[in-house]
Ligand binder design. Sequence first.
Ligand code: X8Z
Ligand code: ZN
Length: 631
Amino acid sequence: MHRIHRIILPSVILLGAVCLNACQQQAAPPPASNDGSAASATQAEAASTDSPSLTAEDARQFVADAEAQMEKLSIVGARTYWIYQTYINQDTQALAAKVSEEGTSLAVQLAGKAAEFRDVEVDADLRRKLDILGRGIVLPAPADPEKNAELADITTKLDGMYGTGEYCGTDADGQEQCQVLGDLEETLKTSRDPAALLDAWQGWRTISPPMKELYAREVELANEGARNLGFADVSELWRSNYDMQPDAFSAEMDRLWGQVKPLYEALHCHVRSELNAEYGEDVAPAQGPIPAHLLGNMWAQQWGNIYDLTAPDIEAEDVDVEALLIAQDYDEIKMVETGEAFFSSLGFAPLPDTFWERSQFTKPRDREVVCHASAWDIDNQDDIRIKMCIKINEDDFRTIHHELGHNYYQRAYKEQPFLYLGSANDGFHEAVGDTIALSITPEYLQQIGLLDNVPDASGDIGLLLRQALDKVAFLPFGLLVDQWRWRVFSGEVGPEGYNDLWWQLREQYQGITAPVERPADAFDPGAKYHVPGNTPYARYFLAHILQFQFHRALCEIAGNTAPIHRCSIYGSKEAGARLNAMLEMGLSKPWPDALETVTGSRDMDATAILDYFAPLKTWLDEQNEGRQCGW
Ligand code: X8Z
Ligand code: ZN
């Protein structure tokens, strides 16, 4: 049993600055392709409304007006949504809904108008801005105001169902006990009792069956909106945000996955075997996919919490960051201050006082809030904040760095024109803080006084395994969430097939399976924040590739000659300056230009993550000798 509050969250991210449903200020999308050609035939066909009398000067004026309009709305929107997400009640809900509707309406109107300039000859910069305007809506509404309102209603409802979801049951004394996501996640993380794990896993998934019908209607409406803007469907719209053709982007994702797949399979093989040793054949079979409740995380997306079950048998002592934080009496603020200090060591200015005054660091006791971590830029200038429900553990210590990465990016590009207030592509925004967190090495922890003794090289396999359980295990999950959504948006699979497709992809890419047969009404994708929240997910897959490219390049710039997995860029002003040069560009140039600024390369490339984990791969292959891998 669970209680659902009807709350409203936004469905659509207005270009530029409204932190509506993403984990950061929205990165507006770049133009169709590196050579500036149109993205697709459907878009070209949609240009039928072109007005031959329009001039380049008209375009300039239109873009200037659009930027001014959006900026104004973005600030009101950000404030409204901040209050709403940190104090959910009927009033804040109603205000947020209103802003959402206005934002969608403006964004759709501007996108339509931008398309009218398709055949007008304008300079590259103006073309880029027009293209950004044409694609900057995550879920476009149909022109019909009633359908716009319906879509806003559905998306906000879905967000609310997730945000306030609880799993309630009766305890031994017959008392009703309700658990929120944070409680259930704690069980997944710490319990080694299969029955308790299964209960928490199934319990959280009771929040999502009521979402299914709403989600299906949302898909229908947003697809209509996308078609009005000249896209085949929302899938094509989302995939058009990467300076290349949509299909080329899908192929790029597959190519990167192909590079890392052998590493993932080796990790999977080892973990499955260790789980089998821990739980036995009935719970954790030695062959086939791994049951999803045993991996230490509610979505089996990062596995670091089961490090203890998979750890190598080595002399060196493990570095337990959570234990170190607790031993040194770190509180939530000190954890954030430590993150800030890292950025300061690279030469970034300290966070403003308002960051400390206005952020939400801990879960309020007396009101409902959205706990999923996010970073905000309220005024497109200095009013940057994070919103978290911090727990004192390693995951949240890393997530703090992740969120701060968003904030430092936002501040770095604040001088850009409104339409360029975003990252080079959305993977870049997600990669910055993670890149910094890769520098949380034992040497660094010793430097800041958290760790007494740095383990010698014999401890590397343990450290690498701990890291791989999060970073490598994440890759197929990062890929499949949008594989699922792209097929749903394209209409390849209808509502009756939603859940089966989800588990088919989970098995195909991750080699995991549902621990129990799923009920006919199950809607398991809905139990993952970004699905009801409509945050595109390919960005996290890209970020997991990019962060290793950034790390490898910045280590070189810092003159660090340690193996890449032992390198920390802490204290390197040179690395900081180079990183900042990329961040300052915002969305003003195609992403290969930004990538080149830091790495010297114009290609996303998984060799950096493979280099990083190379010693672990050798070790995993040894462990797996004689084991039958794959599923
Ligand atoms: O949602 C997030 C961040 C905010 S952008 C906390 N992440 C993804 C997730 O939690 O599923 C970071 C890793 C992947
Ligand atoms: Zn993020």
